[in-house]
Write a protein of this length. Structure first.
Length: 403
């Protein structure tokens, strides 16, 4: 099978996903096109040099609807002969775009792809596209649907994570993100977003709150307690599914959950011949990809079984992996991953994560693959694994190996 290599990885800074966020006036189309143009320019590509653009975005309505991938190609400097594919695997959409592209290359369906994603959460609100698993009672009742925040609190309750535990992880995420920015660890990947006059709009992740400490987080009320406990609350639904639990401990809030932000990311993936043709040196090969379905009520435990699957299917053990990126959708998700595999936190999200910098849904999977690659190079390490939990009970993972 042909090898699939990563030649480049870029991302925009993440802007606050609200009206006063720096990227609020930038459309999903424009941010996507800017990101595609950055890949083309940085690698001196001809406009027709790639086979396809595979683009993740979760809320596919309004300006993010109608096959945004194809629209982004047409709005970019790429040739109109390049098609575009928009995909949605919820929070793993950007990763699934990368995995699909890699597997297309490995199967011989074209020499190169640009894959990634976008989400303008301040312009197209999360959930505005609806979801059958949440709104159709014939499915929601049968599968004991609860919102993700309740699922995160179920994980904390089931696996014994206290309010101090989740808050401590959040404080550490903020500390690591600040250190990473102070030491310019993201410099190779970050592209400045500029306006039509070439003036900079945003050149840094603006969601960060480096002053966060245990005291400030301790003053925040749990975000999901009311929807869980006020009748007819979702806690009652969860306890029907998990009767061994006495109650749901509500420990998550805005400070230890992922931030709502705007952002985009793209990865250039190609075979060896593509690199030779264009004078490009591969930075890593995509060694393995995996996805899995999981319990839809607790919902967010997917990183554990999908990691077990990707390791098992590729003859690897957890100790073979040098660095991990586990999306910080909620603090308990990362804590459960580390607990399940007895992984040292010094190897996980070493530059902070979505709690500190935000989670632009359709882009995050590509962002964490790029961050993982940069950090493997910085530390001169070999193998890295990136994984995400996914709404309605799924997990996705990618293993990359430096070359």
């Amino acid at each position: 099978m042909t090898e699939a290599y990563i030649y480049d990885a870029v991302r925009t800074p993440r802007g606050k996903g609200r009206k006063d966020g720096s990227l609020h006036e930038v459309t999903a189309l424009r941010l996507s096109a800017l990101t595609l143009n950055a890949v083309k320019a940085r690698n001196n590509l001809d406009g027709h040099a790639i086979e396809d653009v595979i683009w993740g975005n979760v809320t596919q309505v309004m300006e993010q609807g109608g096959c945004l991938a194809r629209s982004a190609v047409l709005a970019s400097d790429l040739d109109e002969s390049i098609p575009g594919l928009s995909i949605n695997r919820f929070c793993a959409s950007g990763m699934e775009a990368v995995n699909l592209a890699a597997n297309q290359v490995r199967g011989g369906a074209g020499e190169a792809y640009i894959a990634g994603g976008v989400e303008m959460m301040g312009r197209v609100p999360m959930g505005s596209d609806g979801a059958a698993v949440a709104v159709d009672p014939t499915l929601a009742m049968e599968k004991y649907f609860v919102p993700q925040g309740i699922s995160a609190d179920i994980i904390a309750t089931e696996y014994g994570f206290s309010r101090d535990d989740v808050d401590s992880l959040a404080v550490e995420s903020q500390r690591r993100a600040k250190k990473a920015w102070d030491e310019n660890r993201f410099a190779r990947s970050i592209i400045t977003v500029r306006d039509q006059n070439g003036l900079p709009i945003l050149d840094h992740d603006e969601f960060m709150r480096p002053e966060t400490d245990m005291q400030t987080l301790g003053a925040l009320n749990p975000s999901f307690q009311q929807m869980g406990e006020v009748m007819p609350g979702f806690d009652a639904v969860a306890l029907l599914k998990y009767p061994h639990l006495e109650r749901i401990e509500h420990v998550h809030h805005a400070g230890n959950s992922s931030g709502i932000v705007d952002g985009a990311a793209a990865i250039l993936i190609g075979n060896e011949e593509f690199g030779r043709k264009h004078g490009l040196k591969p930075r890593a090969r995509i060694r393995a990809t995996a996805k899995i379905g999981t319990d839809p009520t607790i919902m967010l435990t997917g990183p554990v079984p999908v990691t077990e699957k990707i390791l098992r299917e590729n003859g690897l053990e957890i100790g073979d992996i040098d660095l991990f990126e586990v999306n910080e959708a909620f603090a308990a998700v990362v804590l459960r991953f580390c607990q399940a595999f007895d992984v040292d936190m010094e190897r996980v999200n070493v530059n902070g994560g979505a709690i500190a910098m935000g989670h632009p849904l359709g882009a995050t999977g590509a962002i964490i693959i790029g961050t993982l690659l940069d950090e493997l190079e910085r530390q001169d390490k070999e193998l890295g694994l990136a994984t995400l939990c996914i709404a309605s009970g799924m997990g996705a993972a990618t293993v990359i190996e430096r070359v």
